[in-house]
Design a binder for this molecule. Sequence first.
Ligand code: TRP
Ligand code: SF4
Length: 330
Amino acid sequence: MKKRVLSGMRPTGRLHLGHYFGTLRNWVKLQDEYDCYYTASDLHALTTEYADTSKISENTFEMIGDWITVGLDPKKSVIFKQSAVHQHSELFLILSMITPLGWLQRCPTYKDQIREINNKDLNNYGFLGYPVLMAADIFLYKANLVPVGEDQLSHLEFTREIARRFNNFYGEVLIEPAAKLSEAAKVPGIDGRKMSKSYGNSIFLGESDDAIKEKVKNMFTDPLKIKKDDPGHPDDCAVIKFYKIFSESSDKYPKFDQREANCKAGTIGCSLCKKQLIEMFSEFMKPLADKRKTIISDKAYLEKVIIEGGKKAEECAHKTMTEIHKALKF
Ligand code: TRP
Ligand code: SF4
């Protein structure tokens, strides 16, 4: 029997290369080795977007289109929308009965977000309960492994603690999942900070050649390297980080080590370096952009994927919920 994998992503807007190289590339790889469930967690999106829900549904649709564009395969993996499987909400409620408030208040992600997000009122029960909903996502599918980034590790720890607490009260029903940390390539934004939609420094999946050209031109490079012969400091340059990613799969241009050495020695200038990055970048993006266009415009296909994925997910969630009701002596 294959081990079960579950992961989720909030539909908060168009996906960028940070999502791809940090998360999705791994999800795609896992499909062959594991029994994978991937959920678009629109209920999680609601914890912060409750005051304006107008974009959640469209974002969900497009996000699932992007997943398929990069290689998630509905024939291999169960791809579904969290809100379509009502058991998520039900288990969230049941788990909330046994969740000590302190565990949630102590959660580092909670404290960070309350501090960082100032344009929304997050003093809500649902937002505090974010990790409870995530635990419900994981338990319903009896997932053994949860591929996540480091930022989600505290949620995974919380999930394991809740599993133990539940099983102590009611018997061994829930599985304690392990985190599967992805070999994520850290993708900087064009300004050198972490790529994030809120920084406005993202390169989106399926961007046009023109847009890529413009963004690479604006990319942050070593401010001390002005002329070609100036010795460069690749550590202070966003271009080389992308160069590293794309040159791995291209034989047209020097490999990363070589480029780094040339930059330091002052034997390559930034404009040529950027020009070559643009070419590699476009080669990578063009097929994705074409595929994305086809998939996103085929609404009927995407709807079918979402409905069928929802049915498969619900089947599994229903079974687990039945066991949970029995354990609770309902
Ligand atoms: N909280 C995750 C994030 O923000 C998304 C998510 C929702 C998730 N449900 C999940 C991740 C279940 C793993 C398992 O990235
Ligand atoms: Fe960056 Fe390339 Fe310029 Fe060096 S030569 S600073 S790696 S853009």
